[in-house]
Design a protein around this ligand. Structure first.
Ligand code: DLL
Length: 424
């Protein structure tokens, strides 16, 4: 669809959505009335900027079902995203929402070359987390054969991968790297592994991490993005060109804003990603602030798709660490470590405060063959890592080398930061 027709479709869907929330959700009606906006004022997609933002706090304040736009008997499923503080965020789906979700995930999997001939191992967690069931329904819609193994149980993952001949796997990128390492450790015969594609998301990862996973698993690794509040996985997905993730804009309208001023920024500018869901029935969201930092590009992709592409997320406007005045993203540390052959992509940032000064210690796992008893050798390696990190981060961090396998592995999202400052 050309962008002009898409804008017309978005405008029409936005008008319908604003009317629905105005009449069905008191929270939105009050907000719109406070701003003097009536549903009739919204005519085209350009009118989006007149509308108010929604935040995770609004969802928390209306816990559990306060922002739902349909009666409970029309809700067929709940999911919830783990909140780091306080209560989790509850999301609901009508039957049509589940169908739409399966559609966007089916599109996503198709972009990774997955067809009904594939066997898809879904190793995202099943349950309140949206990863497992979200990918599951999309894979079934494509007609693929699904293995709903869920996360964890690594030996079983490898066994079924070999015995059932899984051709695609979906899990977090950190777990994919872990499975890749386990494959080597278990000395599994590579010729028995049929994997060709991986659909990885739910946490930020770098290009270096992609290369590492592709090497370990012998696959092409694709990035899939999403968040529970908007739908779950399948908000955007990479095509085979891998030049950003195409946002399914017929359902989710993206904007980039300045997180400080909330001003809408032009394509190509780094800022916070915001989504308006125009077709969702149970939990429609108006200009939802994701806190994810990225850029959007609207030029047509080499694959021919006209859908806007979003770059890999560089972090979140709320998880960015400020250490001694310097902005630090954990993904920067990962890039440095993956560029060095001696280190593994397993690390932990420990932030603390001593005598009113922030301290940063980065614990780094060293590859087996480089882990030597020679103190001098290890000290040399530690200094090199430290200096590489300092030039990328613009900050001096203490580096502690740890044995391979020492840093706790996650079966879901990796825990990369321990910030002890918040506890004091
Ligand atoms: O993580 C949904 C999902 C499941 C996406 C499986 C992809 C695959 P939440 O638990 O609500 O939902 O967390 C959403 O995770 O705001 C981002 O900060 C982060 N995130 C998700 N996908 C990516 C990605 C699921 N591909 C939050 N790259 C989002 C970077 C991602 N960050």
């Amino acid at each position: 669809m050309d962008r002009e027709h898409l804008a017309a479709l978005q405008g029409q869907r936005l008008r319908d959505m604003v009317e629905r929330i105005y009449f069905n959700v008191p929270f939105y009606r009050n907000k719109l009335q406070e701003m003097g906006i009536e549903p009739g004022d919204i005519r085209t997609v350009d009118d989006l900027k007149k509308l108010p933002f929604t935040t995770k706090q609004d969802l928390r304040d209306n816990y559990p079902f306060g922002l739902f736009a349909v009666p409970q008997q029309d809700v067929v499923r709940f999911h919830a995203s783990s909140g780091t503080t306080g209560k989790s965020t509850v999301v609901g789906y009508t039957h049509n929402d589940i169908m739409m979700w399966a559609e966007v995930v089916a599109r996503s999997l198709t972009m990774a070359g997955i067809t009904k001939n594939d066997i898809v191992q879904v190793a995202y967690g099943y349950g309140l987390f949206t990863g497992g069931l979200g990918v599951h329904y999309g894979a079934e819609k494509v007609g693929a054969s699904v293995i709903p193994i869920s996360g964890g149980n690594t030996k079983k993952q490898l066994q079924l991968m070999e015995d059932f001949g899984s051709t695609a796997i979906a899990c977090t990128p950190s777990y994919a790297a872990f499975l890749g390492e386990a494959l080597v450790e278990e000395k599994i015969d590579r010729s028995k592994i049929k994997l060709k594609a991986g659909v990885f998301g739910a946490e930020p990862w770098t290009e270096e991490m992609r290369t590492e996973i592709e090497r370990l698993l012998g696959i092409k690794a694709y990035d899939i993005y999403g968040l529970s509040e908007v739908i779950g996985p399948g908000v955007s997905m990479e095509c085979s060109c891998q030049k950003g993730m195409h946002v399914f804009e017929d359902h989710f309208i993206p904007e980039i804003i300045d997180p400080e001023t909330c001003e809408v920024l032009p394509y190509g500018t780094l800022g916070e990603l915001v989504f308006t869901t125009v077709t969702k029935e149970a939990l429609p969201l108006l200009r939802y602030r994701t806190r994810d930092l990225t850029r959007l590009h609207a030029d047509t992709c080499e694959c021919g798709r006209t859908l806007v592409r979003m770059e890999k997320c560089v972090g979140r406007s709320d998880d960015m660490l400020i250490i001694r005045g310097v902005n630090v993203f954990p993904s920067q540390v990962e890039s440095v470590l993956l560029e060095m052959s001696e280190t593994r992509p397993h690390y932990l940032l420990v932030v603390d405060r001593e005598n009113n000064l922030d301290t940063l210690e980065i614990q780094v796992e060293v590859e087996d063959q480089f882990f030597s008893d020679e103190v001098k050798e290890l000290e040399g390696l530690r200094k090199r890592i430290q200096s590489n990190l300092a030039s990328t981060l613009g900050l001096h961090a203490a580096v502690r080398l740890v044995e391979p396998g020492k840093i706790e592995r996650s079966m879901g999202k990796a825990q990369r930061v321990v910030d002890n400052r918040k506890l004091k």
